[in-house]
Design a binder for this molecule. Structure first.
Ligand SMILES: [Zn+2]
Length: 286
C-alpha cells in the first residue's frame, strides 16, 4: 500500500497533465498572442536614449535617466538607455520613433554611425537634444544643422529669467510668460533665432543674469522639421535637481513633451500623427 500510493499519484498526475494539455493548448496560444497585442498597444512610442560622453560628463545623467524611466512607465513609452554607439545602425534605429541625445558630449559616433543616423532622420525619424547635446560632434556639420547650433561657452551657474515665445508647441504650453530658474546658461553659435526654419520656444533674458553673449535674441529651446525628420532641443538641464525635484515639474514636462513631439506623437495642434512603427493611431489626412 505504501508503494502503490506514489505510483497512483504519478499516474493520475500524468493523466491530469495530458488532459490539461489538451484543454490548455488552444487557450494558451490565444493568451500568448493577446499578450503580444497588448505590448504593441501599450508602447505608444519607442525611444532610444543615448548618454555617451567623450567630453564633459554631467553628474545629472543618472537623475535624468531616472526621470525618463519614470515617465516611460507612466506615459507608455518603450525606452532603451545606451552608451553604446554601435546602436547607431540602420536596422536598430528603425525600431525607434525618436533618439534622445541626453547630456552627450564630444565625438561620440563614427562616420558609418553618423551615416546611419542621417538616414534614420531622412526616413522620418525624430531627434531630441538636451543641454550638452549641443556640446557634441563639432566635426559633423549635419549634426549641427539638425540641432540648430553648437554650444559656445557658459558663465557660472546662476538664476535667470526665461521668457516664453508665442509658439503654442506642446513643449512650451506649461511655461508661464516669464519664469525664474537657476541653471547653467549656454551661449550658442550660430544663433538659431536667425534660422528661418527654426521656431524658438523659449528665450533667455540676458538682462536677468551675467555672461550672456547673444544679445536681445537669445534662444534656449527650439524645434524644426529638418531633412525629412523632426528636431527638438532644450539648453536647460545641467543641474541634477532639475530632473528629480517636484519644484522643477515645468522643466520635466517640457522635456517629456519635446521628446513626444520628436517621436511624432503629436503635431503642434495636439493631433495624433500616424507613426511609422506603431500604426494603431488614427491617420490624420490633410
Ligand atoms: Zn552643463
Amino acid at each position: 500500500m505504501i508503494n502503490s500510493h506514489p505510483k497512483f499519484t504519478i499516474l493520475s498526475f500524468g493523466i491530469l497533465l495530458f488532459l490539461l494539455g489538451c484543454q490548455l493548448l488552444p487557450s494558451q496560444a490565444q493568451s500568448e498572442s493577446s499578450t503580444i497585442d497588448t505590448a504593441d498597444r501599450a508602447a505608444k512610442i519607442s525611444i532610444l536614449v543615448f548618454t555617451k560622453t567623450e567630453g564633459f560628463r554631467h553628474s545629472s545623467i543618472e537623475s535624468a535617466k531616472t526621470l525618463l524611466q519614470t515617465k516611460a512607465n507612466s506615459r507608455d513609452w518603450a525606452v532603451t538607455f545606451t552608451e553604446d554607439s554601435d546602436q547607431f545602425n540602420e536596422s536598430n534605429l528603425a525600431q525607434f520613433n525618436a533618439v534622445v541625445f541626453l547630456l552627450t558630449s564630444g565625438d561620440v559616433l563614427s562616420s558609418s554611425q553618423q551615416d546611419a543616423f542621417e538616414n534614420y532622420i531622412r526616413s522620418g525619424g525624430g531627434y531630441a537634444g538636451i543641454h550638452s547635446a549641443s556640446d557634441t560632434e563639432y566635426d559633423w556639420p549635419w549634426y549641427g544643422d539638425l540641432l540648430g547650433a553648437y554650444f559656445d561657452g557658459h558663465p557660472p551657474i546662476q538664476t535667470a529669467i526665461v521668457e516664453k515665445s508665442d509658439s503654442d508647441h506642446p513643449s512650451n504650453v506649461m511655461f508661464p510668460a516669464s519664469w525664474e530658474i537657476r541653471d547653467e546658461w549656454y551661449n550658442f553659435q550660430p544663433n538659431p533665432a536667425v534660422n528661418q526654419n527654426i521656431t524658438v520656444l523659449l528665450w533667455l533674458d540676458e538682462n536677468s543674469y551675467n555672461g550672456g553673449e547673444m544679445g536681445a535674441d537669445h534662444p534656449i529651446a527650439w524645434y524644426q522639421e529638418f531633412d525629412g525628420g523632426r528636431s527638438w532641443y532644450t539648453g536647460f538641464g545641467h543641474r541634477d535637481e532639475l530632473y528629480s525635484d517636484n519644484e522643477f515639474k515645468i522643466f520635466q514636462d517640457h522635456i517629456v513633451a519635446g521628446i513626444e513631439w520628436a517621436a511624432g506623437l503629436e503635431d503642434e495642434a495636439g493631433l495624433p500623427l500616424q507613426l511609422t512603427i506603431f500604426s494603431y493611431l488614427p491617420t490624420v489626412t490633410n
